[in-house]
Design a binder for this molecule. Sequence first.
Ligand SMILES: NC(=O)c1ccc[n+]([C@@H]2O[C@H](COP(=O)([O-])OP(=O)(O)OC[C@H]3O[C@@H](n4cnc5c(N)ncnc54)[C@H](O)[C@@H]3O)[C@@H](O)[C@H]2O)c1
Length: 379
Amino acid sequence: MEKLKVAIFGIGFMGRVHTEALRRLGNVEVIGVAGRTTEAARKFADNLGIERATGNYEDLLADADINAVHICSPNDLHFPMAKAALQAGKHVLCEKPLASTIAEASTMIALANEKELANCTLYNVRAYPQVQNMRRMCEAGEFGEIRAVQGTYSQDWLLYDTDWNWRIESEPSRTFADIGTHWCDLAEHITALRFTSLCADLKTFYTKRKKPKHSVETFTGKTLRPSEYDEVTVKTEDFGAMIFGLGETAKGSLTVSQVSAGRKNRLFIEIFGSKASAAWNMERPDELWIGHRNTPNEIVIKDPTLLREGAQSYADLPGGHSEGYDDTFKQVFRRFYRTVVDRGAPIEYPTFEDGIRQLRVLDAVLESSRNRAWVHVQG
Ligand SMILES: NC(=O)c1ccc[n+]([C@@H]2O[C@H](COP(=O)([O-])OP(=O)(O)OC[C@H]3O[C@@H](n4cnc5c(N)ncnc54)[C@H](O)[C@@H]3O)[C@@H](O)[C@H]2O)c1
């Protein structure tokens, strides 16, 4: 069987996660990577045994053998890279947030449609087995009518003013665009309801931060020495809160933070229905809490035989063997490449349409916080 050939643009945290997950599929080969410089790309490629490395991603787009491109670069590069890849006839998987603006995302969707190319926005959190389990339970009406959805996505890696990452300069939004977007996609995906209106409040605690004189990759800022910084003004938010309406009747609340000491990647979501409740924490992904009024509450541990139908295919391992973050990428990629091989196969992964949807939610969050008012969510 001839393997599908792919290229990865961006060789940081996500570049590595994508490469490793792709290798677990069996029918896909990473044949090239692009970084900011050829030297950095070569180092990454040599470490992972990848043939081609370049500091100019256009080089790889000229290769007719490459079927698909994974975009794992900083957010402002998603659009130019995706546009060029689609124009070159490549299927595209793009990290979240899909683009910097709704207009850019619309252009990407139009191009993908015109060229009939498969497209994906990496809302990988959807692919945890217990997330799919919650979704199927919602679909089956096990929680009754959904009344409230609440939660948080809290991290601590930007707690100090000496912590730095390119995200800090990723205007107009950082914490919401970076992690709030995962939570919002999840809330809509699990409940099949959409945000209708919201009221948001964003806060930048550090209006000045110390920026390293040389670039750092995600989660490595803690190792730098103070003498290596410049002080810069910060406009992106450290923290955000919102209350919202979901569907016709449900309500909810969310906080997002990158300055919460001790919270690493605490994506927590809780759903309250007229019959029962559910809660899930991404840091303990195998566990699903189910709440009842008249019988004891349950903690269901991931086990393919105990998951609802439709969720089972997201668990590859027997109960007692954890499935985590890396596995979600494998699950998304498996489904994506199925549709590359068979263009008529069902689309069971988040697409560019899901990416633009969350940009609309983000737009409403920014407008609401700026105007200190409730805002209707478009689309
Ligand atoms: N789905 C998830 O769970 C998840 C998690 C983290 C990050 N992300 C997303 O992935 C993307 C990358 O984030 P990261 O954490 O891996 O960042 P990172 O800083 O670790 O890596 C970014 C990479 O892009 C490269 N790059 C910069 N300019 C380039 C250029 N002109 N050409 C080619 N490569 C270039 C950098 O050299 C670096 O290797 C972001 O959009 C982020 O939002 C998604």
